[in-house]
Design a protein around this ligand. Structure first.
Ligand SMILES: Nc1ncnc2c1ncn2[C@@H]1O[C@H](COP(=O)(O)OP(=O)(O)OP(=O)(O)O)[C@@H](O)[C@H]1O
Ligand SMILES: [Mg+2]
Length: 299
């Protein structure tokens, strides 16, 4: 189940529909071998979140996902005491137990609500999951300090209860879109990889893998257009997600090849800022297509 070489890692990822460059295959292989968390940064829509899904499929483990956001705290990320249940227990126990006994009982595992991080180190079915801590840069900085214990020792200290340690460590993936720098102390505990936009060959491979029915000529033109757009000075460059979405849109419209009118009318699938779209509409679209065509058909 766990790949025994870099090539096997790349192959198993591909079997999950994920085409990884060799450098990424190498860090994934090492993360699995060394049991280290994997920290992924990169452009939007380049396969950071998707890698966690592919790895869960590859390892046949459940995926536990923690989406980070501003204000994310321990109660939402790790655990929370079940106050309502504790209240009921206090009522029921009235007069029957000593105070110490009751207090001990109230702060036992039974009254703890497990959120993603606790679920990951203490899974109910005992199967170590893949834990995705997605978009860590969106969480507040103090939250990162809290992750350090989990990332280095795969354990959580709960003041009232003690330390809960993973019987089998989960595979942890962290992602960031780099809206701010994540603290060095977090990165030091992880293997790091920067996910760039794919080159044309890999993008074409992904497109064919994900949309097997697509005409070869159309696929090549799509990739060439997206690659050309990424070379332009746009406010927001299209990622792989946009390439796939655009391809699906073109298939819906029964486009066999790209013409300027089709490109203009579907730009909203690729570009999400009006300034970028306005730039590309009209003569720019025609010029771009002419250039792309000259390239893909060898002039
Ligand atoms: N290497 C890949 N192989 C196959 N498909 C991919 C690959 N990378 C990305 N995709 C496709 O592109 C889509 C977008 O990828 P994903 O959501 O993982 O991007 P992301 O890097 O997490 O983006 P964001 O930073 O916006 O969250 C996925 O749904 C998947 O279909
Ligand atoms: Mg993502």
């Amino acid at each position: 189940m766990r790949p025994d070489s870099i090539d096997a890692t790349l192959e198993s990822l591909r079997a999950q529909g994920y085409v990884a460059p060799r450098a990424l295959g190498t860090v994934v292989f090492l993360a699995l071998r060394l049991g280290r968390p994997l920290f992924l940064e990169g452009e939007p829509g380049t396969g950071k979140t998707e890698l966690a899904k592919a790895l869960a499929g590859l390892l046949d483990r459940p995926l536990i996902r923690l989406q980070c956001y501003e204000g994310l705290d321990l109660a939402a990320a790790a655990y929370e005491w079940n106050y309502a249940r504790q209240m009921v227990e206090i009522k029921l126990a009235q007069g029957q137990e000593s105070r110490e006994e009751l207090a001990r009982e109230l702060f036992s595992r039974r009254f703890l609500i497990a959120r993603p991080l606790l679920q990951a180190i203490d899974p109910p079915d005992g199967r170590a999951p893949v834990l995705l801590i997605d978009e860590l840069d969106r969480a507040d900085e103090p939250f990162e300090a809290f992750l350090l214990e989990l990332l280095s020792d795969f354990q959580l200290s709960i003041p009232e209860l003690g330390v809960i340690r993973a019987a089998e460590p989960p595979l942890v993936l962290l992602t960031s879109n780099r809206t701010r720098e994540v603290h060095d102390a977090v990165k030091r505990r992880c293997l790091y990889h920067w996910l760039d936009f794919p080159d044309a060959a890999r993008e074409l491979e992904i497109l064919r893998l994900r949309l097997p029915g697509i005409e070869s000529a159309l696929a090549q033109e799509i990739v060439a257009v997206v690659q050309a757009l990424r070379g332009m000075d746009l406010y927001k460059l299209p990622g792989l997600a946009e390439t796939l979405e655009w391809s699906r849109a073109l298939l819906e419209l029964n486009a066999l090849v790209l013409d300027p009118a089709t490109l203009s009318s579907t730009l909203g699938v690729l570009l999400k800022y009006q300034d970028d779209i306005a730039r590309l509409q009209g003569s720019e679209a025609a010029q771009l297509l002419a250039r792309v065509r000259a390239e893909t058909h060898g002039g």
